[in-house]
Design a protein around this ligand. Structure first.
Ligand code: FAD
Length: 434
């Protein structure tokens, strides 16, 4: 029986371990922390079990839903409230997020809902895209440069940046367009314009909203995977940080050397903090969760939440996005008592990490009221929780004979990560068969 060691027990490592064991490998999974799931995590706030990290997945491809079905969770796939999210402009006005876009890139720049957000002149600049030749900007790998060139700065900063900062925690200038919007550049060359490419990709996507979730939270996926690993005989070792990997060998922090035919790295080994178990002193994202009793929120005044466009004069310590979780997910609203709402606000880690829990709670309450257009009072707060996350993993250096998977290679997001794992595990299984 061929053997494999998988380093990292986030979604990438878990899916890889399952695929390999089902393909006939003897698998050992090594996870640095005392729990599985990585950036899919859960916490209990005011008696409600909530996602503390990822809370949904992109549905443009069937990747995550297919995994959920394989794990027996097919009937638990949940669609969010179709009302969708809102966007707060840098000037402080709030509008429903234009509906025709991909990552905020408008499919129809002169649509009324786009003009409302960016203004007529910026929308007209966006429309210039349709007059350019398809190859203009088609060599740009940076999403920011591509959109800026084709549709102008305001469309980029007011529409696209709030969406990518909310979804990928990165400005479009830091994102590879082929990773976050696969097929977009090719469709642009094909159709002759970025807006047309957006429309084509949207038409090709399944009907309905762009994301789904799992009843009970995304952590259900981790629990189902963990059950399968146990059932199929994978050796899972928690609190087993790895310090080095090479073809056929893995070195653990305690000096142990483990050997296997295949080594798969599903963890950001370059981050030494992960091996110490210490909290990251410079988290990239700080999440503040508020559970409030507020009948004023029953009508979901800003749909499923608000993405915030930054102005140049903005204070750094200000929420960049808010998810109204009980408005977004019916299953969660059903578990909460009447008029109880779950609000999740995300903050830039550099600014928010320095403040105390009391300050963060106060700021979150203030920001939630401002973003939802409703004055929320302190007495409405039933509970508050703070969670900190490190920056998305950066691209690892290739290591001879070691298979690299996960966020660093695939880009952020469960759909991208799982799709890349499935390709990599298929390759390893084919190698064995050959
Ligand atoms: C707050 C937040 C919200 C998000 N929301 C969404 C969302 O709604 N939808 C979506 O699609 N994506 C979302 N994402 C992104 C998504 O969660 C990640 O892209 C994905 O979970 C990454 O999975 P991974 O397995 O590659 O990495 P990780 O989840 O980071 O897993 C890596 C694992 O490796 C372990 N590890 C690290 N170092 C070592 C070592 N030296 N030895 C052994 N183990 C080690 C870690 O402890 C961890 O368990 C969100 C991310 C965050 C932070």
């Amino acid at each position: 029986m061929p053997s494999a060691i998988v380093v990292g027990g986030g979604i990438a490592g878990l899916v890889m371990a399952r695929d390999l064991v089902l393909g006939g490998f003897e698998v050992t999974l090594l996870e640095a922390s005392d729990h599985l799931g990585g950036k899919i995590a859960r916490h209990t706030v005011a008696g409600l079990v909530l996602d503390a990290g990822a809370e949904s997945f992109a549905t443009r491809h069937d990747t995550v839903a297919h995994l959920a079905r394989q794990l027996g969770l097919g009937s638990d796939i949940a669609r969010p409230n179709p009302q969708g999210a809102w966007l707060q402009t840098a000037e402080g006005r709030a509008y429903p997020l234009p509906r025709t876009g991909i990552l905020g890139i408008p499919g129809t720049p002169l649509a009324a809902d786009v003009i409302e957000v960016v203004g007529f002149w910026a929308a007209l600049r966006g429309q210039l895209d349709e007059l350019m030749l398809g190859f203009v900007g088609s060599k740009e790998r940076s999403l920011g440069r591509l959109v800026r060139r084709r549709m102008g700065r305001r469309v980029l900063e007011q529409l696209v940046a709030p969406v990518t900062l909310g979804i990928h925690s990165r400005h479009p200038d830091e994102l590879d367009v082929d990773v976050v919007a696969p097929g977009l550049r090719a469709a642009m060359l094909d159709t002759g314009s970025l807006a047309h490419a957006v429309r084509e990709l949207r038409d090709a996507a399944p009907a309905g909203t762009a994301v789904s979730g799992i009843v009970g939270g995304m952590f259900e996926l981790v629990e189902a995977l963990a059950r399968d690993l146990e059932r199929f005989g994978v050796t899972v070792r928690l609190k087993s940080p790895v310090t080095a990997v090479e073809a056929s060998f893995v070195t653990l922090l305690d000096g142990q050397l483990l050997e296997a035919d295949q080594v798969v790295l599903a963890a950001p080994l370059a981050n030494p903090l992960a091996t110490t178990g210490q909290p990251d002193p410079t988290p990239a994202i700080v999440l503040a969760t508020l559970v409030v009793d507020a009948p004023e929120l029953d009508g979901a005044p800003r749909g499923t939440g608000v993405l915030v466009a930054r102005g140049s004069s903005d204070a750094p310590f200000r929420a960049k996005a808010l998810t109204h979780a009980t408005a977004k997910w019916d299953w969660l609203a059903e578990r909460a008592t009447p008029h109880r709402h779950v609000l999740r606000l995300s903050y830039d880690g550099a600014a928010a990490a320095r403040v105390s829990d009391a300050q963060l709670r106060g700021q979150a309450l203030h920001d939630a009221g401002e973003l939802l257009g409703i004055a929320l009072v302190e007495v409405s707060v039933v509970a508050f929780a703070r969670v900190e996350w490190s920056a998305p993993s950066s691209r690892p250096e290739p290591i001879d004979g070691v298979t690299l998977i996960g966020e660093g290679v695939a880009g952020t997001g469960l759909a991208a990560v799982i799709a890349q794992v499935r390709v990599a595990s298929g390759g390893l299984l084919e190698e064995v068969e050959a």
